[in-house]
Ligand binder design. Structure first.
Ligand code: ADP
Ligand code: MG
Length: 923
């Protein structure tokens, strides 16, 4: 299966060929080459050192992971893991003392202080890393230091802030196929559980039947999880058709953890709840199975209680506007044309102040709403904030100090937060009273209710304030993160330490006085501890009680019994101070973790305020308007604009209207020359719907909208050749999907469908598709259809639900000016020659083309009109036969020219064509 290949084979083959060092002899002396994530344990050598026995214990429990085995200041890897890591991280492979059979054990290591970066690199390559720590102080250990795996880091559980994109979620997804006991055959339900461990966001859903699978397959591409958790034996490709191209690391867990009762029990325990009803999960066994298995997996790998995961929400599909991944890509909702954020709708609308807000807005745009009430709630809130400019400014200012509370708290719950994370949390929480004050008298129901669930958390803030210094070090063990006065023991130890150091300074003075050596220094290093350094020229003055320790270039180093005595007291104190500070810090961190649900609730309120204020801000600066929703069918936008293109064109953007309704203009056929503005117009209409249902104001003077259930946007495939697939095939598959899934409440936007094949085929298909959308008795979605097949405009005459529109151009001599105005009626011609001229086709060629065109048009007139399908809307082929009738040689030329699609012709191809035509004429 593809998805797994990513983890094993593909990943392996993507790595550079194994360098010589990344191979090592195995016990029998043969050379072993290793596949990175092979599930087998290394061969257990006959006799082992005690440490290596610990290693094998850890490895046996984590066969699918690279084991980082802590030894002193390093994490070491052995055997296959060492070979793999050496290759993946470019580390030097060494070997550990020979085992009993006389073979060296391949080994490589990374320093513990830099381990996070190495772990992140491995995980981003799709590996899992099991961190095996020394779980007791080596100095205190009697005999062998105890070690245990304290955490397993995988692509879906990497929570280190430094390695995550702050503006994107990091989802881990579990899927649970579920066959109801009483259900019909094939009535399988798939339960999903989705969690972002870095923020505590936890949601479940269920997908039933074939339509459900289809939806889930699409959902999978939108969610883009970092890791998928599946039971052993579940085949993703057969479970979800169409996902074999999805590259996501798959983790296998025991099938029993998906069993309902086990899953329910662990879920209830995690949520600290007595029943499932409160979460809307009473009759959702598939969702519960997925959620329980996911919780178990996380507990097994993170080895902590996950105090930040105390609630779960069930997501109802009917509540969201479904925007499939192809449409999201085509509309450039979250990514611009070049794959980055630049040029996307998200980039234009994101005026949030916090990373939490940025993530939330992204979620709103990817999953707009499909129920009126929550949409209106958001819109009313945006309206009030747009109107109250001064308050909005104060709100946004207050939010500037808010850091990523969700991720900070989650790190506290996972036990990975350091002192600076908690001071960042403290600073962030300090914004809450200001936010509350600014919004105190707001009236929009959403703002008021959010304010109601905003907790000032004074207890937690006070404790953080009282405990931590202003600027703590990165790690608690570095010392100095806890304020004086917090803890009596700590204060006493610090006293000893500080006075002890002062004593050392005094001792230096005293020794100088005693020996008369003014340059005498009392110094410290890790090898000798405290020592007295005397330069060469003063050695004659050294007293007898000095014990020589070391000779250095400039002099000698000595110790005295008195010095050693103080050293012991000072150093002992420092060590105990560090221990004490770590303990106090960890208690504080645990207190934060215990309050995680309250903190997260407030964090989400702040994030929502941030998004709403940001949307209000763009609405005012970009001159957007509040959309008006109604129960009817009509979609009517006056002076609509494209939110991104309007910020980027050099010429002023030309606003355009659109009117789609169930009857007279259910399908609008849009024609006009290349570069006329067709694609822009189509996308702006679809984006307007997405924005409005996400709760944003829209770029228009007026917008009257129905609630839409799905938005589909497709573009003809001829320019996607780089993707390598048969693009026409893809185009047709996507078109098929629309015809199957669109309802009368959907919006469909088709841009040059049929372009990916020969002209007549393409025209016939486009015709049939438009006709189907306009006359199906099952579903008649509101449709905008841009096409360069002018013949399609004839549909408007035959079908009452179809209407024509065109993008206007003005002709001036032989030039055209694009007016970018969409007007009713068909475009009278394609202006291909003018566009070719604009594109820089040589004047002689343009002139010749014009002459040919004139001749063709004259010829057409004698045949009684322009090539038309008018008479037979349902049977284009009959009229098309007209073009094929080739009698005289000149007719043959005419026919060839008529087949040419000038819009599609490159300048080079045009020249070639002309040359061919001329040759044919001379023959
Ligand atoms: P078509 O699909 O008809 O070939 P496009 O929609 O790709 O045309 O538009 C071509 C270019 O015209 C766009 O890149 C944009 O710069 C400009 N454009 C499109 N619509 C407008 C408009 N309404 N106002 C101003 N410029 C526009
Ligand atoms: Mg176009």
């Amino acid at each position: 299966m593809r998805a797994e290949v990513y983890r094993a084979g593909l990943l392996y083959s993507a790595l550079p060929a194994a360098p010589a060092t990344a191979r090592g002899p195995d016990r029998s002396g043969r050379v072993v080459t290793v596949s990175p994530m092979s599930q087998s344990s290394p061969p257990v050598p006959a006799s082992l050192t005690p440490a290596m026995r610990q290693y094998f214990d850890a490895k046996r429990q984590h066969r699918d992971a690279l084991v980082f085995f802590r030894m002193g200041d390093f994490y070491e890897m052995f055997y296959e893991d060492a070979l793999t890591a050496a290759r993946a991280l470019d580390l030097t492979l060494t070997s550990r003392s020979k085992d009993a059979a006389g073979s060296a054990i391949p080994m490589c290591g990374v320093p513990h202080h830099a381990a996070d970066a190495y772990i992140a690199r491995l995980v981003k390559k799709g590996y899992r890393v099991a961190i095996c720590e020394q779980i007791e102080d080596p100095k205190k250990a009697k005999g062998l230091v105890q070690r245990a795996v304290v955490r397993v880091v995988s692509p879906g559980t990497l929570t280190d802030a430094g390695y995550l994109d702050a503006r994107e979620p990091a989802f881990l997804l579990a899927l649970a196929p579920w066959t109801p006991a009483t259900g019909k055959p094939g009535g399988t339900v798939i339960g999903t559980a989705l969690i972002d461990v870095s923020t505590g966001e936890f949601a479940v859903a269920e997908y039933a039947g074939d339509a459900g699978r289809q939806a889930l397959a699409e959902e999978l591409r939108v969610i883009a999880p970092r890791e998928l958790v599946l039971a052993e034996g579940v085949d993703l490709a057969s479970l979800l058709p169409g996902t074999d191209g999805v590259a996501v690391p798959v983790t296998r867990v025991d099938a029993w953890s998906f069993g309902f009762e086990r899953a329910r029990d662990i879920l209830l325990e995690q949520l600290r709840a007595g029943g499932l009803e409160g979460f809307g999960l009473a009759n959702r066994p598939a969702a519960v199975a997925a959620a329980g298995a996911l919780v178990r997996y996380l507990r097994d790998t993170q080895k902590v209680d996950l105090a930040h995961v105390r609630s779960v929400s069930f997501r109802e599909h009917a509540d969201v506007l479904l925007v499939d991944p192809t449409t999201i890509a085509h509309l450039e909702v979250v990514e611009g044309a070049d794959g980055g954020r630049e040029g996307s709708l998200l980039a234009e609308l994101d005026r949030t102040q916090t990373a939490m807000g940025a993530r939330l807005l992204r979620g709103w745009l990817l999953r707009p709403l499909a129920r009126l009430e929550p949409i209106l709630d958001r819109l009313d809130a945006v309206e009030e904030l747009a109107f109250r400019a001064a308050d909005r400014t104060r709100l946004r200012e207050a939010l500037t100090v808010v850091q990523d509370i969700e991720r900070l708290v989650s790190r506290a719950a996972l036990g990975t937060a350091g002192p600076r994370d908690l001071t960042a949390l403290r600073r962030s929480l300090s914004a809450i009273p200001r936010v509350r004050a600014v919004l105190a008298d707001c009236r929009a129901p959403l703002l008021a209710s959010l304010l109601g669930s905003l907790d000032d958390l004074p207890d937690l803030r006070d404790r953080l304030e009282a405990t931590l210094v202003e600027e703590p070090p990165a790690q608690a063990r570095d010392g100095g993160c806890v304020r004086d006065g917090v803890d009596a023991d700590l204060d006493a130890l610090r006293d000893v330490s500080r006075n002890g150091k002062a004593h050392i300074a005094a001792m230096e003075d005293a020794e100088r006085a005693r020996t008369g050596i003014a340059s005498l220094k009392v110094r410290f290093n890790r090898v000798f501890g405290y020592y007295i350094e005397v330069s060469k020229s003063n050695l004659h003055a050294v007293p007898a009680d000095y014990q020589r320790k070391q000779t250095i270039a400039g002099g000698e180093r000595f110790v005295t019994p008195a010095l050693k005595d103080y050293e012991e007291r000072v150093l002992g104190a420092d060590e105990r101070i560090a221990e004490r500070e770590v303990a106090i810090f960890e208690a504080l961190r645990a207190a934060v973790a215990a309050e995680a649900p309250r903190v997260l609730e407030s964090a989400r309120v702040l994030a929502t305020f941030d998004v709403l204020a940001g949307l209000a801000h763009v609405a005012t600066t970009n001159d957007y308007t509040k959309p008006h929703f109604h129960d009817g069918e009509e979609l009517h936008v006056v002076d609509g604009r494209h939110p991104v293109v309007e910020r980027r064109t050099r010429d002023p953007f030309v606003p355009n209207d659109v009117l789609l309704d169930a009857a007279g203009s259910q399908v609008v056929i849009l024609t006009g020359p290349n570069m006329g503005g067709k694609s822009t117009y189509l996308r702006q209409v679809a984006l307007t719907v997405v924005m409005a249902q996400a709760g944003a104001f829209v770029p228009a003077r007026q917008a009257k909208l129905p609630i839409v259930d799905r938005v589909f946007a497709r573009v003809g495939a001829s320019d996607n050749i780089a993707r390598g697939q048969s693009t026409f095939m893809v185009e047709m598959q996507e078109t098929a999907r629309i015809l199957h899934h669109a309802t009368s409440q959907s919006l469909v936007v088709l841009d040059e469908i049929g372009r990916g094949t020969a002209t007549f085929d393409g025209l016939s298909i486009a015709w049939a598709v438009a006709e189907h959308l306009a006359s199906s008795t099952k579903a008649r979605p509101k449709t905008l259809f841009a096409t360069h097949y002018h013949e399609l405009t004839d549909l408007a005459d035959a079908l009452p639900s179809v209407t024509n529109a065109h993008v206007a151009v003005r002709e001036w001599h032989d030039d055209i000016v694009f007016l970018r105005k969409v007007l009713p009626g068909r475009s009278d011609r394609s202006y291909g020659i003018q566009v070719a001229r604009l594109a820089g086709l040589p004047p002689s060629v343009v002139a010749r083309a014009r002459a040919i065109l004139d001749a063709l048009e004259a010829d057409e007139l004698t045949r009684g009109g322009r090539p038309s399908l008018h008479a037979a809307p349902a049977e284009p082929q009959r009229q098309l036969a007209l073009f094929e009738a080739a009698a005289a040689p000149r007719d043959h030329l005419v026919a060839r020219l008529q087949e040419v699609d000038v819009n599609q012709l490159t300048p080079l191809a045009a020249l070639q064509l002309l040359a061919d035509l001329k040759r044919a004429l001379e023959d």
